[in-house]
Design a protein around this ligand. Sequence first.
Ligand code: HEC
Length: 156
Amino acid sequence: MKKNSVMLTAVSLLFAATSAFAATGTLPKGYEKWEKSKEKVVSDKSSLFYGVHNIYVDKKAMPAYKAGGKYPEGSRFVVDYYKLKEENGKPVKGKKNMIVLMKKDKKFKETGGWQFVGFTGEGKASKLDPVKNCYECHLKEAKDRDYVISKYTDFK
Ligand code: HEC
């Protein structure tokens, strides 16, 4: 009986540890220096991606990003999103309002072996559900590209 409850505690601790890890996560230092896409401007207000964004890709992810196929463990993508403001009738880039991260990590089985984390514009993890708020859409859009939606060809 005693043994059982010890086991249970161990299991729930493990569970707490993994879910805390999934919800938090930190932004990789210096990602602004990775290879970066050109700025994308989405001016359609009905789009989820209304605003301006840049995609950053690390060195590990680059070969698969260019050639296709599975990404090696540790591959990382970061996207910075900025608001779009209007100045004298012209759209201009506003404040950063969201950052997202994907990191290839086989521990995250329920999200295709990628860790998905959303952050505020200041880089604070925003406790989004990685399955419902991230993975479901990536699964739908890019199942055959290891869940990476953008392409290197849209990069330049
Ligand atoms: C409704 C669909 C949708 C949801 C939900 C979504 N994304 Fe994406 N994501 C996209 C699209 C579309 C792109 C490609 C953007 C581009 O081409 O500029 C993208 C790109 C990315 C990229 C760059 C790598 C790639 O796949 O091209 C990362 C990192 C990313 N998303 C992380 C996240 C995270 C983390 C969440 C949850 C907090 C999330 N996404 C939720 C559609 C979605």
